[in-house]
Design a protein around this ligand. Sequence first.
Ligand SMILES: [Zn+2]
Length: 216
Amino acid sequence: MILIAKGVRSAKSPFKGLIEPFSLLNVHFNEKKDRPYQFLANAEYLCPYTRLKQNPEAILYGSVILEILYKELEEQQNIPLFNLIHEVLNAIESGVPPKMAHWHFLLRFMEIEGQAFDTGVCHQCGAPLTGGSFLPRSGRLHCGDCRSETSAPWELEAPLVSLLQVLSAGIPEQLPDLAAAPETGTLINRILWNALAARFDSCRTLRSVDILRKVL
Ligand SMILES: [Zn+2]
């Protein structure tokens, strides 16, 4: 559904400051069924995420989430996805490292959209994974016996694969030691951005990811 906030740029608008990225709002409108868009009548904060909005790193990683949602627009109500967004933004607001919350978002987003990135078993033979190879072209994890792909696979040590498994299951309260190492954090970013791009054509180039690649 398209909801238009008329006159929101005017200084007198009651919605001024409310309609902005990372605001969770309760919105009211009078539905007219004969048109494809509706006009906003009233809005109030459910959560303003003020702490998140003051954290540059949270804005950078949060922008990746918003851009994915914008590019993969949902036609129908998607409650698991809404709950995921809520969970991830709440975690960032409560002080969880934004980078890690965004990793969980990416993993769960692919799962909810039916394009799961399986971190538990080899995509080819189904064997449980300890270490493994990430195939950047297909965006899949393979075991050591099934690492055939023309593009060079990225070898992942067992602790990194188990960290990906932890991140798929939930958002840890603190950044695990392994992920705190800058090069590991960068590698997890690259794996998950790659896995996303391999599954969703619309996410092959994300401006927010290009910006992050430059600033990291
Ligand atoms: Zn295998």
